[in-house]
Design a protein around this ligand. Structure first.
Ligand SMILES: CC(C)C[C@H](N)C(=O)N1CCC[C@H]1C(=O)O
Length: 681
């Protein structure tokens, strides 16, 4: 018996392996594609930031809504195994369609490097995304539930370990996807899953269960409404109004599912905060210094998951249990939400630090102006009515001057005096460039927010007497100013050239600054030494390492909330509705994403730190509501309830036999464990 049990255990580990590797490959493909999606929208389809992020969030939301469809197909029709296979094929077709949509040569008849028919590429990529959403969303609830199905009812500890390993695989997949291309993984997902085909425990679909559920709920509501007069005796639960027509077992199962779904109502708020990690926190990082922006953003969460899940599972939770505390799943989820709220408080504190170092940008009714002098002598600049600036040659005003009106008149103390009227941009920042011929002074628009991704915005004013060529920039005429170019942090070299003459200009950059470089007429005679620099915007000074606590807190929250949520959804679902509850759980994520899309985008607060605190407070409020709901929730053993109802209805021999067998097996397991212990002693 000992030998056959060991063999059984080894076999189980083997087919659980196939299932978790399948999830690993699927997440690898999904996150690999998602990582480059916004870039594809921005730089291939040439969409603006707002449209790109909206479509991105809509796609993510769709991926977490389609599980409902997958669950219906699996539980009512195909069964989980076939659903996973068929929807993986849909997924693969989606990835291929998406890949084809990125080949610009298809519509680039004139071979200029840009597609000629954007509509075609947009249509193809949208079709690809819809197929991927159907595939990924469809198989996700089935894989989780299918994995759970491989365990018997008494193996709750192993079941919890399975969901932890399952979550580890999700994150290992997403981590690796940043290194290897996603397409290869789609094929391997399918192959790995089919390879284990013969070994799985496959539960059969039980007819059109979702349709029966809907009809049963509809009947209960209608029947309750028909008997609303007080002369009819009350029933324990409103679903009991379906007793007249529907099977007691189905009613009991619906009650279990509804109880859990009701509990899920406040949960999307967690995901609303979690999903802002990829948007708001990424933007926050661009206003900070430190050279690990992209690595930090894409890998810190999965890396922390890979470390925290085992620590929690093997150390923290057992320790809490040893202290005699009952850290039940719903308590864990509440604490998880509080951790996420703390992460946002931490983000708010970091934001306050950043705000202290940010320039004072103009409000929508103000205009800001700086003056740059490339004239041969110091100038006295008067800006009507009462702004007087003394600016030396190849220098600039100390900082921007803020105006609450747009029309200004500038006078220079040249001989004769030069006076010129300008209209400033409302809500904008500009520089008044005074060239070697001051009569042609002009306004140039400046950056009015931190350059993206921690880059630096630089430009040159040509004070040389002829056209100049500068590396990677168009040629500039005398007295003209180039547009801004974005350069990365670190040492950058620029070669300035006019005919045979040239010199090299080197400069070390930090993060998120903006500079105007003034080129004098002597540039070639002193080997670029005389180029002066005007700092339009200071480099970022708050280090990105300060974001680590918020990532740590949100990931700790995720482990408590998300891994436990997966386990809870499986353990509290009746046998024939496991995928449906998994889908319900995933839908909380979809709703969270939709809230980000609507509330977070529309209702921006003027101060970012205040917005972070608002979200933190909302989540604390929601977690209090959730803890009250959880207090009234009684954990159930769905199998036990189902058996009880069956018993009340008269025994079903086949089911009872199965249960007896399981009990016997459980007894045997226990005996064997004792046996092993005794042998060891
Ligand atoms: C955002 C990370 C790469 C992945 C994240 N830690 C995670 O595992 N998930 C976020 C939503 C649920 C879960 C997933 O299934 O991908």
């Amino acid at each position: 018996t000992l030998f056959s049990n060991k063999k059984k255990k080894r076999k189980k580990i083997c087919y659980i392996f196939f299932i978790v590797v399948n999830e690993f490959c699927e997440r690898f493909s999904y996150y690999g594609m998602r990582a480059v999606l916004v870039l594809y929208f921005r730089y291939f389809l040439l969409w603006d930031d707002d449209l790109a992020t909206s479509i991105y969030h809509a796609f993510v939301a769709l991926c977490y809504l389609t599980p409902i469809l997958g669950a219906i197909i699996a539980d009512s029709w195909l069964g989980k195994f076939k659903t996973i296979i068929y929807l993986s094929i849909v997924y693969a077709i989606g990835q291929v369609t998406m890949a084809i949509s990125t080949i610009h040569d298809i519509t680039d008849a004139n071979r200029d490097g840009t597609p000629d028919n954007f509509t075609f590429h947009i249509a193809l990529s949208m079709l690809g995304l819809i197929l991927i959403a159907l595939g990924t969303g469809g198989i996700k609830p089935c894989v989780a539930a299918f994995g759970g199905d491989q365990f018997q009812e008494h193996q709750s500890r192993q079941l919890n370990t399975f969901f932890s390993v399952f979550y580890l695989c999700i994150n290992a997949g997403s981590l690796l996807s940043t290194l290897i291309t996603p397409l290869k993984s789609v094929a391997s997902t399918l192959m790995v899953f089919i390879a284990g085909s013969g070994m799985y425990v496959k539960t059969d679909p039980e007819g059109n269960i979702m349709w029966s559920v809907c009809k049963c709920i509809g009947f209960a509501i209608k029947n309750r409404f028909r008997h609303r007069s007080s002369s009819y005796p009350k029933r324990e639960h409103w679903m009991d109004w379906a007793n007249e027509k529907y099977d007691k077992l189905l009613i009991a199962q619906i009650k279990m599912v509804l109880k859990v779904l009701f509990l899920y109502i406040p949960l999307p708020m967690f995901w609303t905060l979690f999903d802002q990690k990829g948007s708001r926190w990424t933007l926050q990082a661009t206003t900070m210094s430190g050279d690990f922006v992209s690595i930090l953003i894409s890998t810190v969460n999965p890396i922390l998951i890979l470390t925290l899940v085992p620590i929690m599972d093997r150390l923290i939770f057992p320790l809490i249990q040893k202290c005699g505390l009952n850290f039940s799943p719903l308590k864990r989820m509440t604490v998880g939400m509080l951790f996420a709220a703390m992460a946002f408080v931490s983000a708010a504190l970091v934001q306050i630090e950043i705000d202290k170092t940010l320039p004072n940008f103009p409000s929508s009714s103000e205009s800001q102006l700086k003056v740059v002098n490339t004239y041969s002598t110091t100038l006295n600049v008067t800006i009507s009515p009462n702004e007087h600036l003394l600016i030396e040659s190849f220098g600039s005003s100390a900082d921007y001057v803020t105006f609450d009106h747009q029309d200004i008149t500038v006078s220079l103390n040249t001989n004769p005096v030069i006076t010129k009227a300008f209209s400033l941009i409302k809500g904008g920042r500009q520089t008044l460039i005074i060239p070697s011929d001051p009569t042609v002074m002009y306004l140039k628009e400046d950056v009015k927010s931190k350059p993206r991704e921690g880059k630096n915005a630089i430009r040159f004013v040509n004070g040389y007497t002829a056209d100049l060529n500068i590396t990677n920039l168009d040629s500039i005429e005398p007295s003209a100013t180039t547009n801004y170019t974005l350069v990365n942090q670190g040492k950058r070299d620029f070669v300035l050239r006019h005919g045979e003459q040239w010199c090299e200009f080197s400069r070390k950059f930090g993060f998120g600054a903006s500079y105007t470089f003034l080129i004098p007429s002597t540039v070639f005679s002193d080997d670029c030494e005389s180029i002066t620099e005007v700092e339009d915007m200071k480099p970022n000074s708050v280090h990105m390492a300060l974001q680590i606590p918020q990532y740590f807190l949100i990931t700790t929250g995720e482990v408590m909330f998300s891994v436990t949520g997966l386990q809870f959804s499986y353990s509290q679902a009746p046998k024939n509705m496991k995928s449906v509850l998994q889908a319900g759980w995933l839908c909380t994520n979809a709703v969270g994403n939709i809230i980000v899309l609507i509330v977070a985008e529309l209702g921006k607060l003027p101060k970012q730190w205040a917005e972070y605190l608002l979200f933190a407070s909302l989540l604390v409020a929601v977690s209090i509501i959730f803890s009250i709901m959880a207090y009234f929730y009684t954990y159930i053993d769905p199998a036990e309830i189902e058996a009880q109802v069956r018993k009340e209805q008269g025994l079903e021999p086949e089911e009872m036999e199965k249960e007896t067998l399981e009990m016997e097996e459980k007894d045997e397991d226990q005996k064997n464990e004792q046996g092993v212990k005794q042998t060891k002693i």
